[in-house]
Every structure is written in structure tokens, then in C-alpha cells.
Design a binder for this molecule. Structure first.
Ligand code: SF4
Length: 105
């Protein structure tokens, strides 16, 4: 199993190895749930995930990995990682976006 893309951390590899080993025996409640990788989960969704993580049997291993690796995105061990996606500007016009050289906001 390959760890997800993360910023470098000295003990992240060891923490990932421990989490991967735990995952061999136990399926966490977040398995296959796209909510944990959603770009902009609602507050209710975040509370739902936080509660799910609180009763997860892999919480300790997941938290150790996330604290060491600081994942670039996603919800790990009851906490959101990465920067929330910026809200789109609603006051700019097409001309504004064209003038700034981008059409993505
Ligand atoms: S603690 Fe980690 S493995 Fe467990 S449900 Fe939360 S994100 Fe998934």
C-alpha cells in the first residue's frame, strides 16, 4: 500500500507503516466514504466525520500518521487537513476574470 501524497515529515513513514498494518486487520468506518476526501464538507458533514473518527478502532494510528505527515487534503482522525477551497467570487465579471489572466476562481 502506498501512502497518499503528503508533505515530508521525519516519522511519517513509520506512522504510515503502523497505520497500514492496522488496516490489514481492521476496516475503518470511513472506508469507501467519499465524504472524507470532499473538498468542502459542510459543518454538519464535518461533525458527522468527527463522531465517526471518535469511535474508530484505528484512531490512534490514523492520528499519529496525520500529525506526522500533515496530509495535503482530507479528513483524518477527526480533523480536516489542507486548505479549504476558496469560495468563488460572485462580484467579478467575465471582463474582470479575463483581465486578470484567468477564468478559474
Ligand atoms: S480515525 Fe482515521 S481511519 Fe478512523 S474513521 Fe477517522 S479518518 Fe478513518
Amino acid at each position: 500500500m502506498t501512502p497518499p501524497a503528503v508533505r515530508a515529515a521525519p516519522d511519517a513513514d513509520a506512522a504510515w507503516a503502523a497505520l497500514a498494518k492496522a488496516l490489514e486487520d481492521t476496516e475503518p468506518p470511513c472506508a469507501g466514504d467519499d465524504l472524507f476526501t470532499a473538498d468542502s464538507p459542510s459543518k454538519d458533514d464535518q461533525e458527522f466525520m468527527r463522531n465517526l473518527c471518535a469511535m474508530c478502532p484505528l484512531l490512534a494510528e490514523c492520528a499519529s500518521y496525520a500529525l506526522a505527515a500533515k496530509p495535503a487534503a482530507g479528513y483524518w482522525a477527526g480533523r480536516r487537513y489542507g486548505k479549504p477551497r476558496a469560495k468563488p467570487k460572485t462580484t467579478s465579471t467575465t471582463a474582470d476574470r479575463t483581465a486578470s489572466g484567468t477564468h478559474h476562481q
